[in-house]
Design a protein around this ligand. Sequence first.
Ligand code: GTP
Ligand code: MG
Length: 326
Amino acid sequence: MINKDNNSKKLELDILDDIGPATKIHLIEAGIDSLKDLIIRGPQDVADVTGMTMEQSIDLCNKARIKLEEANIIERTFVSATELYNKRRKIERISTGSKHFDELLGGGFEVNAITEIYGEFGSGKTQICHTSSVMVQQKRTDGGLEGGVIYIDTENTFRPERIVSISKARNIDYVKVLENIVVAKAFNSAHQELIIHEIGKIIENSNIRLLVLDSAISHYRAEYVGRGTLSERQQKINKLMHMLIRISETYKVAVILTNQIQSVPDTIFGDPFRPVGGNIIAHSSTYRIYLKKAGKNRIARIVDSPYHPEIEALFSLGEEGVTDPV
Ligand code: GTP
Ligand code: MG
């Protein structure tokens, strides 16, 4: 694994005066042992594990946020539009593997953001996850960020052999590539949540720049069946998405998550397919890509982007993973 120098010393819980010894033990037992963990888990979780009131917990999380802002770890709350503009021009991106697809995204998958990829079976969601896991490790001049990957696999479709074949087809040393992908198999939704609670530690100690979640809500769909469970399911998905947003911002990683589609039978105009998971995923993803099959090729359409028009790109799936059509 690529190691990273970290300045975590400055970010220990101890620098907040409000945390007494008993609270500290509760937090550490719950896996919250840094300021970053505090803001990623958020006030509700912190209140639950420490027995604090919600008010105290919000106060604590806000103080952690201020310390992290002061240390330049996360973006400050008030920034000028000029500063934001200059930052956005320098934003880091990971190549998809296809020039067309990269252009669609303004250069590739964005760091500090969540990109949702949805489409029917066989449309290429898992292939995109595999290819970007290889691409992120390349030099910046070759479309990567020289960083590692955490790959959360909920459908048992991660294949190291595929990483090997994509790397070989691209003349990349597959031994190193495999070495820098941490795979976590999530067996159910509770296990998936546990993994997401834990990943801060892995990211902190290694140079992880990409987090893949393939697929994001399949366990929730399978476990929460029927109308009566809908609100609980949506609450859980909401919490998951907010943790992912905070992880992407705090650790400067790109998050790619995949989603299945379902048909909406009463659609009169337009496309009858919608991503599953409802509005929560839509509202918390920065970018959404809809994949469609087009014979041997695939069409990626960017949907609901804050600043891209709804445009499309044609790409293809080959030995080298995501690529341009020949
Ligand atoms: P679900 O998870 O079932 O919803 O589908 P998905 O969208 O994840 O599809 P996936 O990414 O698994 O795409 C499957 C398609 O990728 C296949 O139909 C092939 O076209 C292509 N593919 C997968 N593996 C290979 C490979 O080794 N070589 C080539 N050339 N194409 C491949
Ligand atoms: Mg898949």
